[in-house]
Write a protein that binds this ligand. Structure first.
Ligand code: DX5
Ligand code: ZN
Length: 224
């Protein structure tokens, strides 16, 4: 599995919001390609974060691709608005949306890539029907809601099985992984088939976020 594009996607959840512009510039200099924005509603997950106005402001301030991860109930009500606000990737949880096909289609027709997200206890079989309609699948490797949690190691095998499923169906769906990723485990998740790697605390909790991104990229060079 060489010759792949591996994207490092810093999650601003762990950034210093009082200096958000500088934090984003630092990860961009380090070689980040995607900026991951965690949207939480205090209902689907037990935490509240940012929403449309923040995505809109960031979209004006950076050239990085904005990836909105919607951890909200009824994501179909808001998904298109995140595209209009400037997100080029929008993902919704399969657990939160009984009308996943419609929501994915609405994200695409609004002009962004559409992602389906599965929680750690949600099986990849639950994606069986939705897979052809998703541009990417986000595998959660922690329970969503907070940064800085410990990586659930069975996620590596889950990514491997998802990669097999995607290849057996001759799809070009990309795999994103999110939660507890650091220098210790990034090589294993990339080897298993993940290509978009979300990292929060291991970047913004580091003394030098720019160097942290560079180090994570270097840990994946053998696959690019
Ligand atoms: C968790 C969020 C993640 C989080 C990742 O609910 O979806 O994107 O910010 O942070 P770390 O890398 O610290 O686990
Ligand atoms: Zn996330």
């Amino acid at each position: 599995m060489n010759g792949r594009t591996i994207d490092i996607a810093p999650s601003i959840l762990s950034a210093d919001f009082s200096r958000l512009g500088e934090e984003i510039e630092a990860v961009e200099r380090g070689g980040a390609t995607i900026l991951h924005v965690d949207v939480m509603d205090g209902h689907f997950v037990p935490n509240l974060t940012v929403g449309l106005p923040v995505v809109k402001s960031i979209a004006h301030a950076t050239k990085l691709t904005i990836d909105a991860h919607l951890m909200i109930s009824e994501p179909g009500r808001y998904a298109e608005q995140f595209v209009e606000a400037g997100a080029k990737m929008v993902s919704v949880h399969v657990e939160a949306d009984p009308h996943l096909h419609r929501t994915l289609a609405s994200i695409k027709s609004a002009g962004a890539l559409a992602g389906a997200v599965i929680n750690p206890a949600t099986s990849i079989e639950s994606l069986e029907e939705a897979l052809p309609f998703a541009d990417y699948v986000l595998v959660m490797s922690v329970n969503p809601g907070f940064g800085g949690q410990r990586f659930i190691s069975t996620s590596i095998e889950k990514v491997r099985r998802l990669r097999e499923l995607i290849e057996s169906r001759k799809l070009d769906t990309r795999i994103e992984i999110d939660g507890g990723i650091d220098l210790e485990n990034i090589a294993a998740v990339v080897a298993a088939g993940a290509e978009i790697i979300v990292v929060g605390s291991a970047i913004f909790g580091a003394a030098d976020p720019e160097a942290a991104v560079r180090g994570l990229r270097e840990a994946t060079v053998q696959w690019v």
